[in-house]
Design a protein around this ligand. Sequence first.
Ligand SMILES: NCCC[C@H](NC(=O)CCC(=O)O)C(=O)O
Length: 444
Amino acid sequence: MKHFEANFDGLVGPTHNYAGLSFGNVASLSNAAQAANPKAAAKQGLQKAKALADMGMVQGMLAPQERPDLHTLRRIGFSGTDKEVLQKAAEQAPAVLRACCSASSMWTANAATVSPSADTHDGRVHFTPANLVDKLHRSIEPQTTGNILKAIFSDSRYFVHHQHLPEHSSFGDEGAANHTRLCQEYGHAGVEVFVYGQEATNPQAIKPKKFPARQTLEASQAIARLHRLDEDNTVFIQQNPEVIDQGVFHNDVIAVGNRNVLFHHEQAFVDTKTKLAEIRAKLEGDVHFIEVPTAKVSIQDAVKSYLFNTQLLSMSDGKMVIIAPTDCAENPAVKTYLDELLTLDTPIQKVEYFDVKQSMQNGGGPACLRLRVAMNDAELAAINQHVLLDDSLFTRLNAWVDKHYRDRLLPADLADPQLIIESRTALDELTQIMKLGSVYQFQR
Ligand SMILES: NCCC[C@H](NC(=O)CCC(=O)O)C(=O)O
């Protein structure tokens, strides 16, 4: 039986725009109100995903969500035809309308937390969609995320789907962006590392002062229980509140792991020494902690370049490659660091740069765009095969984007009722291409 890590990238939706919705996310705020290019955004994402498929990785795509989200607007009292709902919301609650139009489901690292069958008690792969309660525009994602995941991982012999956690700040959950699985081999039981921003029910516990800590310890513990993980294969680490206050709104902006490698910034965690020792003790065998010192890469450079929001992938020869945004090559300190890293004796032997700037300008790098699912052959054979990216799906999706997407979108355009029609037409066609059934409310 072969074991590997599959990546499921979020296809950027037709309403991709810069609305400045994410307080605490530096890029989102600083690019607010700029013109976005949804067509280019979708194509940049597809290019990256296809390059990984061409490298021999198992690569799938996850469908975007239905936006504008008219159902949420109706739920809060806007009524009439779709066009009337949109226009009333634009007049009376423009900020809510912007939240209901975000294409933020493209960052599938926040879609769910996934525990592979090698780690769980019942030997099945467990999924819990993230409730994303910290941000209005993201809190409306989990239901449809669950529908899409169930439409792909539908075989209950292999896959278990949990409901998202209670929708309260005590259980703030941002999914796999705060979860890293380390292991010796993908098919061996690993150590699941949960990184949280605050302990919500303990008023004495330290937390950031300026920006929100989106993930709570309570949420991470609940996921570990639901996924039936053991104490000896879980580690809970607090993220350094000082770096959250400098724009590190998810752990995947400051650390990334793959197999027995954890690549992280010196300032990423609280109690680093003890916690890394705990990982070492629980994960038997070789472990590489590659710690990047502040003297070489400042927090500011890490946040700007997304050095840690990279994908760390194992190639067929066992060596690892970093999939980085081109922003890393453009940042002198980071480029110097990466060039030096390749000369060191670590498993990381290669860096590949990709232009994902449309996503980066909203604070989403290569790692944000993908949800990892470690699987085996039998599990892969049991999923919906129509989401797996090969030459044919790549060609079809590019043609689909060309046909339906705009190349310029401003927050002011979100009140255009034509966008509802364009978006629904596109998504309806997409569910046929990917054979997802009726995952959207407008199809039900
Ligand atoms: N993992 C990366 C997530 C990025 C995402 N950005 C946004 O939602 C920005 C949307 C906007 O401002 O239009 C977030 O902050 O959750």
